[in-house]
Design a protein around this ligand. Structure first.
Ligand code: CUA
Length: 180
């Protein structure tokens, strides 16, 4: 093996490349190509990478839309924090707010019905991970991500934040109730 020398006698970029190094470079290129093609492949055959729409927004604009929905369709509250539970009309636009450190509000959706779920952050990056389903979306401030969702089983789903967002990250858990 040769190393870069400061004596000025060698130019490191002219050194021959070790065969082991060439093998590694080859592996990296091949793996990079595999991962690149897996992105569209997973989108088509997998269940995790959903088709979504995204729009530019502003935190205050997005919050207004969410607040309007909450004041119109709240059916009850849960927990000590009195988190509103919103039952939006079937097929409507549903706004879920990500912020330090909560998903606001909780949602109550009907099984087998479709909704347009809007997601955006009011502060910094959060991750929308729907449990126990395997759905993951990055939620960034300034952008509104929209996915059409149709719950297929009734019960209680949790929204877990899967982007580290500070001291309350592990408590950032939201609720989606699915009723028959
Ligand atoms: Cu929000 Cu981690």
């Amino acid at each position: 093996m040769t190393t870069y020398s400061t004596t000025g006698k060698t130019n490191w970029w002219k050194e021959p490349i070790e065969s082991v190094e060439l093998i590694w470079i080859g592996l990296v290129v091949v793996w990079g190509l595999i991962m690149t093609f897996m992105m569209p492949y997973w989108h088509v055959v997998g269940k995790q990478n959903l088709s979504n729409e995204s729009y530019k927004t502003k935190p205050e604009v997005y919050l207004k839309k969410a607040e309007a929905m909450v004041s119109e369709h709240t059916v009850r509250t849960i927990g000590q924090q009195e988190l509103p539970v919103v039952a939006p009309p079937v097929g409507s636009d549903v706004y879920l707010v990500a912020r330090l450190w909560e998903w606001w509000p909780a949602l109550e959706l009907k099984k087998g019905q479709s909704y347009r779920l809007h997601l955006s952050s009011l502060d910094w990056q959060h991750g929308f991970s729907l449990q126990p389903e395997n759905i993951n979306l990055q939620i960034v401030p300034g952008y509104e991500t929209v996915v059409t969702i149709t719950p297929t089983t009734s019960g209680e789903l949790s929204v877990v934040c899967n982007e580290y967002c500070g001291i309350g990250h592990h408590n950032m858990i939201g609720k989606i109730f699915v009723t028959e």
